[in-house]
Ligand binder design. Structure first.
Ligand SMILES: Cc1cc2nc3c(=O)[nH]c(=O)nc-3n(C[C@H](O)[C@H](O)[C@H](O)COP(=O)(O)OP(=O)(O)OC[C@H]3O[C@@H](n4cnc5c(N)ncnc54)[C@H](O)[C@@H]3O)c2cc1C
Length: 148
């Protein structure tokens, strides 16, 4: 995996991330790369969604396109900006790319598999089969997730 930042020894507060989709996986990656401790709670496969089909982190649902890769439009420029920040999602997309004209399209299964392979290298704890049911209290600050 390309990258400007090296993995660092985890330190500082433990950050709990609920949901290992694109957002959660990217968040875990960015935190871990900067030496923070990150713990990902992902409910699949114990509980799934109408859109997801696998237990993979960063599963891409439905189509296989991240839309245009042209840096002269907004979505293409966003990809360049994410790459400047060493985005996991964009790096995995580039490595699993399939031909689709202007679009950045990927082999979906290879994309998720690559994300799964990269994330644990960065001292990330994935709690298996965890369905976090306290989202509302957590968001309201009325509950907290205790460290191990
Ligand atoms: C039908 C459909 C088609 C789409 N097609 C495309 C496309 O072609 N290209 C594209 O770029 N985007 C597409 N998207 C959008 C894409 O799915 C989202 O942009 C992307 O998945 C959003 O990432 P996310 O991390 O925010 O959410 P998600 O990918 O949904 O991730 C959320 C994660 O949180 C987990 N989770 C939820 N609740 C809990 C809980 N209580 N406890 C523990 N874990 C939990 C879920 O299992 C899931 O893994 C599509 C979306 C849909 C619905």
């Amino acid at each position: 995996m390309r990258g400007k930042l090296e993995a660092m020894t985890p330190s500082g507060p433990l950050v709990t991330i609920i949901g290992g989709g694109f957002a959660g996986s990217e968040c875990a990656w960015q935190l871990s790369r900067r030496g923070h401790r990150a713990r990902l709670h992902e409910m699949r496969p114990r509980v799934s969604t109408a859109a997801h089909e696998t237990a993979d982190l960063a599963e891409m649902v439905c189509s296989n396109s991240f839309r245009s890769d042209n840096p002269f439009n907004a979505v293409g420029l966003l990809k360049r900006e994410m790459e400047a920040l060493d985005s996991l999602v964009v790096a995995c997309a580039r490595q699993t790319r399939v031909p689709a004209g202007d679009a950045l399209a990927v082999d979906r299964r290879a994309f998720s598999t690559l994300s799964e392979c990269v994330l644990p290298r960065f001292d990330l704890t994935r709690l298996p089969l965890r369905h976090e049911t306290r989202l509302r209290p957590l968001l309201r600050g009325e509950a907290r997730i205790e460290p191990p």
